[in-house]
Ligand binder design. Structure first.
Ligand code: NBG
Length: 818
């Protein structure tokens, strides 16, 4: 840092506090350091760089209900080369930069993989010099914070904005009105447009911008989050009449729009609120995209050459209809042409194989809230179905299956169908997932539009998931192969030969050990459990869901516990099992499983018969921050979903990159990871997707496994006997029933024996620590194709038709010239 940076920092502190730096609190220092970075970013730095590039360039718009950017400060300081010098300046005032940076809030604006993927892709777009904007919602509370009270999940509002978000720039100058309700009228035939939507009211959307920095700060992109404005929304008459609550009714209604991500959808009001949120954020985004485009004075005909809108799962698919509507109603483009333009702008990524997760919305909501959009959906559907009828006249059920409207029961709009029909490309997120989309979920569409559904396997940012999460490993890797892999993913492969060097292996193990100590501290602090860093760290971290099979892992632990209690002399590799993940607030079974994890942990951790051999911990309130501590410390990565259910997984990639070996089913991206690291460096178990289908078709009977496998029986009996819940012995019966009389939908029992055998192999292999380390290093070295830089290159090539900046030099020259 230049002298000037140090004085700029001190100036920031003084102006923030109005007092000398000695008096500043750590939080004030945090703010000052962020402000220093922001000074470096400069006010419209990103715009200047973008403008300097080819004026005809395409902009990539990434629309997502979720973003999990994680903390930004440390990476930003390193990007600008400010870390060490800030550290020195702070130290002069008795402050520790790491401790100060630790106060940065981790925005919980997402649920899991989908939101984190959005952040990794934005990171890579910035790294590759693609001019991109993320668009999303600025939730006041995001997803809930997870407390654990007596082993139960208790949700609490995540008030991440309590101390403000130092990164964001509010843009009160950038406001778009979002209309709701009312009705549509036909106008005089001579008038254009023929139809007018007379909404009942509107809500103003205000932009809040956050910087997304590329590697070494060469490039800046923007994440723009929308918040509804309730400014001045007070009914003064009511207030003065003494109705102090009623006076705020409208203000409250507006603010509820952005309170939380995924408001509970068990109630009709909750469902409607989600629908409103989706419309609110896409309407503001599309208006903003059009504003930016039209500012250049280009004709709307050229829209698809300059605008590509990637929608992250179906949540934003109303954006398609919103663009169509604005083209027709505001810009007087005729429907046919507007639809052609719209379809060429959009691309859709699907992220799920669970049919119940494919969003549909009752037609009723559209009638009530966005009647003009419904009219347009009908128009589009009509054309689409006529075209289908012409092209495939002999498939009687096809029209019903493929229609944008589901006519069975209450009429609903199928958002995924809308997204497919309204996009130029659709992609799945792993090879298996994309194949299943083509062959199963969207087979009709695949037949209708050959080549439209493609695969782009997910990726992760190496800068975040190795660069920031695992500093010690970065230093070690740098000492051997440099750090080009931070921006050039292929370069990580150069690590492979070092797996054969005993000195390197030893150093690699030492790093892992330090990371395990760091995790042990977190576990001691958060879970009040002491764990042994010399034990095998076995990690299952992801959303709580039955298909992800936390239960399979748990049954394995219960069986092991039982085995050790029966035979205290039995040999076993000391193991620490770590879980983390949130359960959806209405998902009763997932919450009960979470409780069982805690009760099993309580028993296992306190039973002298198993002491020193198995420990369990559930790290509460999983977040990007905690993932960055858990992942680098893992030895074994649990990726054990029932084959055919996990679209991809990205945790699997992060864990491999950090040198954990995977135990996994042939599901999602596991298949490609196994291919990349070599089957010999991956523990494979369980039914394949074909076997799953076959077993289900034959009529799967979990009782056969219960009666046929004494260990399964013993484990389940232990749970249903109330062993883990002595004061409420029946508490966990529903879990056991779901695995037996309930049909065990996710085939936990069917895969148990194979899983257990595989775990025995894990233990045997872990005793040969040299070989294990070698395999761990090969995992790290084989991850090139799972870099989000690689994924973004594929999006650019196959979907966006946009070119990354190949030559970093070129960009620095542009920056310097500006
Ligand atoms: C999730 C899948 C994961 C996948 C991420 C990112 C949703 C709807 N889907 O398997 O379950 O890795 O998306 O693609 O959150």
């Amino acid at each position: 840092m230049m002298q000037s940076d140090s004085s700029a920092l001190l100036r920031q502190v003084r102006s923030l506090t109005g007092r000398p730096p000695e008096a500043a609190s750590p939080r004030q220092w945090l703010r000052a350091v962020v402000d220093l970075v922001r000074e470096h970013i400069g006010e419209d730095w990103g715009n200047r760089v973008a403008a300097a590039r080819d004026a005809h360039e395409k902009r990539i718009y990434y629309l997502s209900m979720e973003f999990l950017p994680g903390r930004l400060l440390v990476q930003a300081l390193r990007n600008f080369g400010l870390y060490e010098s800030c550290q020195r300046t702070l130290a002069e005032y008795g402050m520790d930069l790491a401790a100060v940076a630790d106060l940065e809030v981790d925005p919980a604006l997402g649920n899991g993989g989908l939101g984190r993927l959005a952040a990794c892709l934005l990171d890579s777009m910035a790294n590759l010099g693609l001019p991109a904007y993320g668009y999303g919602m600025r939730y006041d509370c995001g997803l809930f914070a997870q407390d654990i009270v007596d082993g139960w999940q208790v949700e609490r509002p995540e008030s991440w904005l309590r101390y403000g978000n130092p990164w964001e720039s509010p843009r009160p100058d950038l406001i778009h009105p979002v209309a709701f309700g009312g009705h549509v009228v036909e106008r005089d035939p001579a008038e254009r447009p023929r139809t007018a939507w007379l909404p009942a009211g509107e809500v103003l959307a205000i932009a809040y911008d956050m910087p997304m920095l590329g590697y070494e700060a060469q490039r800046l992109n923007t994440l723009r989050l929308w918040s509804p404005s309730s400014f001045g929304e007070l009914d003064l008459h009511k207030f003065n009449d003494g109705d102090h609550f009623g006076a705020f009714a409208r203000k409250n209604a507006i603010e509820s729009l952005s309170q939380v991500l995924y408001p509970g959808d068990a109630s009709p009001a909750g469902r409607e609120l989600r629908f409103k949120q989706e419309y609110f954020f896409v309407s503001a985004s599309i208006q903003d995209i059009l504003r930016r485009f039209l500012r250049r004075g280009w004709p709307l005909n050229h829209l698809p050459e300059h605008v590509v809108i990637q929608i992250n799962d179906t949540h934003p698919s109303l954006a398609i209809v919103e663009l169509l509507r604005l083209l027709i109603d505001r810009h007087h483009v005729d429907l046919e042409h507007a639809w052609q333009l719209t379809r060429r702008c959009f691309a859709y990524t699907n992220h799920t194989l669970l049919p119940e997760a494919l969003e549909t919305w009752p037609v009723r909501y559209f009638e009530k809230l966005v009647p003009r959009h419904l009219q347009l959906i009908y128009e589009v559907n009509d054309r689409f179905l006529r075209d289908v009828g012409r092209r495939l006249p002999n498939d009687a059920g096809l029209i019903r299956r493929i229609s944008l409207i589901d006519e069975d029961g209450e009429r609903r709009v199928r958002m995924a169908h809308l997204a497919i029909v309204g996009s130029r490309r659709v992609n799945g997120v792993s090879k298996l997932h994309s194949t299943l989309l083509q062959k199963r979920t969207f087979a009709d569409f695949a037949a209708l539009y050959p080549g439209k559904i493609i695969n782009i396997t997910n990726g992760i940012s190496f800068r975040r998931w190795l660069g920031e999460a695992n500093h010690d490993l970065v230093e070690l890797v740098r000492s051997r192969i440099g750090d080009d892999w931070l921006h050039d993913h292929e370069a990580i492969s150069a690590l492979a030969p070092h797996a054969d060097d005993p000195a390197f292996r030893q150093a690699f193990r030492a790093v892992k050990h330090r990371n395990k100590l760091r995790l042990a501290d977190l576990v001691a602090h958060d879970c009040r459990v002491a764990v042994d860093p010399n034990s095998l760290f076995d990690v299952h971290i992801k959303r709580m869901h039955e298909y992800k099979r936390q239960l399979l892992k748990l049954l394995h632990v219960v069986a092991l516990y039982d085995r050790l209690r029966q035979d205290p002399e039995a040999r076993c590799v000391p193991r620490t099992v770590i879980f983390a993940g949130k359960a959806a607030p209405n998902y009763v079974m997932a919450k009960l499983i979470l409780k069982l994890i805690h009760e099993v942990a309580r028993h296992v951790n306190n039973d002298p018969l198993v002491a020193g051999r198995v420990k369990m911990a559930f790290v509460p309130d999983y977040s990007v921050r905690k993932a960055q501590i858990i992942i680098p410390a893992a030895d074994l990565s649990e990726q054990i979903s029932t084959a055919g259910h996990e679209a991809s997984g990205t945790g699997n990639m992060k864990l491999s990159l950090n040198g954990a070996l995977t135990i996994g089913t042939l599901d999602g991206a596991n298949i490609e990871i196994r291919e990349a690291v070599g089957a010999e460096n991956f523990f494979t178990f369980g039914l394949t997707i074909e076997e799953v289908a076959q077993l289900r078709a034959e009529g799967y009977d979990p009782w056969r496994y219960y009666h046929g496998n004494p260990e399964i029986k013993a484990a389940l009996d232990l749970i249903s006997s109330g062993h883990f819940s002595p004061s409420t012995p029946d508490l966990f019966r529903p879990i056991v029933s779901s695995l037996t009389s309930g049909g065990d939908h996710y085939l936990v029992l069917a895969d148990f024996a194979s899983y257990q055998r595989c775990q025995d192999q894990v233990e045997a292999d872990y005793t040969d620590i040299e070989q294990w380390t070698r395999r761990a290093i090969l995992n790290t070295a084989s991850m090139a194709r799972f870099s989000s830089d690689f994924a973004v290159r594929q999006y650019a090539d196959l979907v966006w038709n946009a070119s990354p900046l190949e030559d970093r030099q070129e960009l620095s020259e542009v920056v310097a010239a500006e």
